[in-house]
Design a binder for this molecule. Structure first.
Ligand code: SF4
Length: 324
C-alpha cells in the first residue's frame, strides 16, 4: 500500500499564559508524535481523556496550526500551508466529531446539511448534487432516502445522526477521515453497528481512517494499526493484533488490563490499573511521563526521556527496550 499521510515529530502547544514580564506558559498537548498512514488503512489512536489524541487529529487536519514537526499528505508538505491554499485538503480530508447532536445544524434538513459541503466546494449541478446526497444516504444505510433527506436532526436517534455525520464526511469522496470518538455518546447497542459501518465505508471506498478513542476494546472492530498515546506522546505503535496479544509498553498493558472481562463470572475480578492520574501537560514529569504510575519504573525513567525504538514492525518508547 502506498503512503498517504506522514507526520513527523508533530507538536501542538497552546499558550495558556502570555508572558509580558515573565516567560509564557504552554500546555504541551501533542509533543513530538510521528505516524505513517497508508492509502486505505485504518489506524486507531487510543489513550485516556486529555492525552492529546483529539488535538493530534485536529492538528493533522490543519484545524489547529502546528507548533512544530511536519505533516506530509501525498508527498506534499502542508505543515504551514496558508488556509486559503488548503481548500483541496479540506476536500481530501474530513472529520467526524464525537457529538452528533452538537455537530449538525438544527435548523437545516438532512438534505441541506449534506448539500452544503458540495456547494462550498462547487461540486456538481443541482441534479448531480441530489444524486450524490442520495448515494451518501444509501451508503450509510439511511433508507428510504427520501424519508431521511426531509428530516431535521432532532427527529433522528443518536445513531441515525451519527450516520448523517458519516454521510457528510464521505460526500466529497475524501481520501482520509478522522473519526474522533464517533461512538462514545451513543447507546452501547448501536456502537458496534456504527463501527462496522465505518469499516464497510473504509473497505468499499478505499478511504483511510484515523479512529480516535479512549476505549481500546472497540478498536478490534475497526483498525489494522494501533497507536497508544500518553500525555502528548506516542508510547507504542504497531499492528493491532500484535499490540493487543503482546503489549510492550507498561501503559498499553495497563489499558488492556482495564478492559472489563466479557465473561460474567470474571467481571468482579480486580483489574490491574496503575494508581494515579495522567500528568499535567503544562508541567509534565521529567524523563518518562508515565514513570509516576509505572510499576516497572527504574532510576533512568525519572531522569531521561525514553527514545522510540523499533522492534520488528512495532515501535515503543520505554527504557525496558532501549540501551541505557
Ligand atoms: Fe515504565 Fe520506565 Fe518504561 Fe516509562 S520508561 S514505561 S517508567 S519502565
Amino acid at each position: 500500500m502506498a503512503k498517504l499521510l506522514e507526520i513527523k515529530g508533530l507538536k501542538k502547544y497552546f499558550e495558556i499564559k502570555k508572558g509580558f514580564f515573565s516567560k509564557p506558559v504552554f500546555l504541551k498537548a501533542v509533543d513530538g508524535v510521528s505516524l505513517e498512514i497508508k492509502k486505505g488503512e485504518a489506524v486507531s489512536i487510543v489513550g485516556e481523556s486529555g492525552c492529546g489524541k483529539t488535538t493530534l487529529g485536529k492538528t493533522i487536519l490543519r484545524l489547529y496550526e502546528p507548533t512544530g514537526g511536519k505533516i506530509v499528505f501525498e508527498g506534499r508538505d502542508i505543515t504551514h500551508e496558508e488556509a486559503k491554499n488548503l481548500m483541496w485538503y479540506r476536500r481530501a480530508a474530513s472529520l467526524v466529531q464525537q457529538d452528533p447532536y452538537g455537530s449538525l445544524p438544527s435548523f437545516f434538513t438532512i438534505y441541506k446539511i449534506l448539500e452544503e459541503p458540495l456547494i462550498i466546494h462547487k461540486v456538481g449541478t443541482k441534479e448531480e448534487r441530489r444524486e450524490m446526497i442520495y448515494k451518501a444516504l444509501e451508503a450509510v444505510k439511511l433508507t428510504p432516502v427520501d424519508f431521511f433527506a426531509s428530516k431535521y436532526p432532532h427527529m433522528l436517534s443518536g445513531g441515525q445522526m451519527q450516520r448523517v455525520c458519516l454521510a457528510r464526511a464521505i460526500i466529497l469522496k475524501p481520501k482520509f477521515i478522522v473519526a474522533d470518538e464517533p461512538v462514545s455518546m451513543l447507546d452501547a447497542s448501536v456502537r458496534i453497528e456504527i463501527l462496522k459501518l465505518m469499516r464497510e465505508l473504509q473497505e468499499k471506498m478505499g478511504v483511510s481512517f484515523i479512529y480516535i478513542t479512549h476505549d481500546l476494546a472497540t478498536t478490534r472492530y475497526f483498525s489494522e494499526k494501533l497507536m497508544i498515546m500518553y500525555a502528548g506522546k506516542a508510547v507504542e505503535k504497531g499492528p493491532i493484533e500484535k499490540v493487543i496479544a503482546d503489549p510492550l509498553h507498561p501503559y498499553t498493558e495497563a489499558l488492556l488490563n482495564a478492559i472489563p472481562d466479557p465473561e460474567p463470572e470474571n467481571r468482579k475480578k480486580i483489574r490491574h490499573v496503575p494508581p494515579g492520574e495522567p500528568p499535567n501537560l503544562v508541567n509534565p514529569p521529567p524523563g518518562c511521563r508515565f514513570h509516576p504510575r509505572c510499576p516497572r519504573a527504574m532510576d533512568i525513567c525519572r531522569e531521561k526521556e525514553p527514545p522510540e525504538v523499533k522492534i520488528g514492525d512495532r515501535t515503543v518508547a520505554c527504557w525496558l527496550y532501549s540501551e541505557k
